[in-house]
Design a protein around this ligand. Structure first.
Ligand code: HEM
Length: 522
């Protein structure tokens, strides 16, 4: 039996206390720890078996992830299952109280000087000019330290306020029944999917002219585009709420019908939800050599997800300079890249759930898609059909990237509350209600990031509550319409592109100066 099992915890009358220093020491020794509700949990033996993926759990280690855990899991996980991994109660380091600040001899002198008129000290020769300057500098340092401590204390208070309000918001959403899935919405969506598939097959199988086939390809793209929203729900265990069943639903939709791995998607997406927009940790913004949303990518950063350096090489320097012109074109090749990522994941990742079923699903996809292509009259039309059906799924890739590409990529440290981080790194896209079908309801990505377990059909109803929460705690809620959102993203891409151009010009000027100096020396 592992040392930290329930029976151990229950029979232990004296609960062990783990100080912040001890916590850091254990992590240095290789323990995989995190804090939930002021308790330390150790997941060394569980991490590889974590149903939400090893990478997701790995991205949460070494800090307090109370809000992350509550937002990602059904209550049974944080009320019962988590107890199996309890290690001890967490005790953070307390900031030294100001009165306990031990004064040095020099500081005592300064305090003395504060009581005495400075002029007297200066003119009566009690203190040299240098000593006077030093004393003033010490005073400033002392006050600056106090100021920093006060600011930190204020920040801590604000953070507590945000966390408490976030809990209240979660409760309110529960009370309004918005965590419950409305299956009637799926019936409506099912009709839409069936219509798109029917139209695609009708134009493809009964067409007689090239444009008929291309319309068939466009409807197929529409069918895949819409299906992804249902696959997203399954990936979040948001259809039946039962992880095993939703995973199978996800495999049927993503692998059998779409030819893409739901396992890859979940592995990647769950990490994205925890470390949103972090250049080193979030795979959803790591797209070199084609796209870079921050100049942090110029530094050959190490991706903790892909476990390799992402080089800012010659190809990156070339593509990034034009990325704001190429954005939509690059995204239109997204579906081809998703096949690649799916295969890499299924063939190389450890602990893949239902690996064989996923591989069978993707094989089935290539069989049915090839059979469909074989009904077309020529190779030219077949190739055009592949490109049209694949590339016209690009609105989906725009929708996915739109919510994050124009947003903050800063790392504000482990103390930033989870809701604050989600609202800083994610924007919502507003649209009229009749257009919800086009965005799948997922245009409210900020709300989705705050509560990934809310079914997407309910996100719109949560918007006023989130707005009120933001007003209450003083957080900014970013919401743009579709075209402004696109403008924000293109602006970000252009600004990064301009920096590469500038760097190139500086390098060229330097090279010219060197060449000139060399010539001069000769
Ligand atoms: C010992 C602690 C943990 C246990 C026992 C645990 C258990 C689970 C279980 C059972 C699921 C499947 C949930 C379902 O049925 O819907 C899950 C999913 C997940 N877990 Fe954990 N987990 C733990 C810690 C964490 C931590 C620390 C994180 C990161 C903050 C995390 C992130 C996730 C994510 C992102 C998912 C997927 C959620 C989704 O599908 O929307 N887990 N975990």
């Amino acid at each position: 039996m592992p040392p930290n099992t329930v029976s151990d915890v229950l029979t232990n009358s004296t609960r062990s206390v783990i100080t912040e220093d001890k916590f850091q020491e254990l992590i240095k020794q290789g323990d995989k720890l995190f804090v939930y509700e002021s308790k330390v949990y150790k997941v060394n033996n569980f991490i590889a078996k974590h149903p939400g993926g090893e990478a997701a759990l790995a991205s949460a280690l070494g800090r307090d992830v109370t809000d992350e855990i509550r937002s990602m899991h059904p209550p049974k996980v944080y009320e019962k299952m988590i107890n199996l991994y309890y290690l001890g109660d967490y005790m953070p380091n307390m900031p030294a109280p100001k009165t306990a600040f031990k004064k040095t001899k020099q500081q005592q002198n300064i305090q003395q000087q504060q009581k005495e008129p400075v002029l007297e000290l200066t003119w009566e020769g009690g203190m040299s000019v240098k000593a006077y300057d030093d004393a003033i500098e010490e005073l400033y340092k002392h006050h600056a330290k106090d100021l920093v401590q006060d600011l930190k204390a204020q920040q801590d208070l604000d953070n507590v306020k945000i966390r408490e309000a976030y809990r209240k918001l979660e409760q309110e959403i529960h009370t309004r029944g918005l965590f419950k899935c409305n299956y009637y919405k799926y019936a409506k969506e099912g009709c839409r999917y069936a219509s798109l598939l029917f139209l695609s097959l009708w134009f493809t199988l009964y067409g007689t002219q090239t444009w008929h086939y291309m319309v068939g390809a466009a409807f197929l793209a529409g069918f895949w585009h819409q299906l992804v929203f249902a696959a997203h729900d399954a990936g979040h265990n948001g259809i039946t709420g039962k992880s095993e069943i939703d995973h199978i639903i996800g495999i049927i939709i993503a692998d059998f019908i779409g030819g893409l791995s739901i396992g890859w998607w979940k592995d990647n997406h769950n990490v994205h939800h925890i470390v949103t927009n972090h250049p080193e940790h979030d795979p959803d913004i790591q797209h070199l050599p084609f796209l870079a949303i921050t100049n942090k990518f110029f530094n050959n950063i190490y991706s903790t997800y892909y476990k390799r350096v992402i080089p800012f090489d010659a190809a990156s320097k070339l593509f990034i300079r034009y990325q704001h012109y190429m954005y939509y074109l690059v995204l239109s090749f997204g579906r081809f890249n998703l096949h690649r990522l799916s295969f890499v994941y299924l063939f190389t990742a450890k602990n893949v759930r239902n690996r064989m079923l996923e591989l069978s699903g993707i094989t089935f996809f290539f069989i049915w898609f090839s059979a469909l292509l074989s009904t077309l009259p020529s190779w030219n039309i077949r190739i055009a059909y592949i490109f049209v059906s694949y590339m016209l799924t690009f609105p989906l890739h725009v929708q996915i990237t739109l919510s994050h590409f124009g947003m903050s990529t800063e790392d504000k440290g482990p103390n930033e509350p989870f809701p604050a981080k989600m609202l800083r790194t994610t924007m919502d896209v507003d649209c009229p209600e009749w257009l919800d079908w086009f965005h799948g309801g997922l245009q409210y990505q900020a709300v989705h990031h705050l509560f990934p377990r809310i079914p997407r059909h309910n996100l719109r109803d949560c918007v006023p509550l989130v707005r009120q929460f933001c007003d209450e705690v003083g957080l900014h809620y970013y919401m743009y319409n579709f075209s402004t959102g696109n403008g924000v993203v293109l602006g970000t891409l252009k600004s990064v592109a301009d920096q590469v151009t500038f760097m190139k010009e500086v390098a060229k000027n330097n090279a010219d100066i060197w060449a000139g100096e060399k010539q001069h020396a000769h």
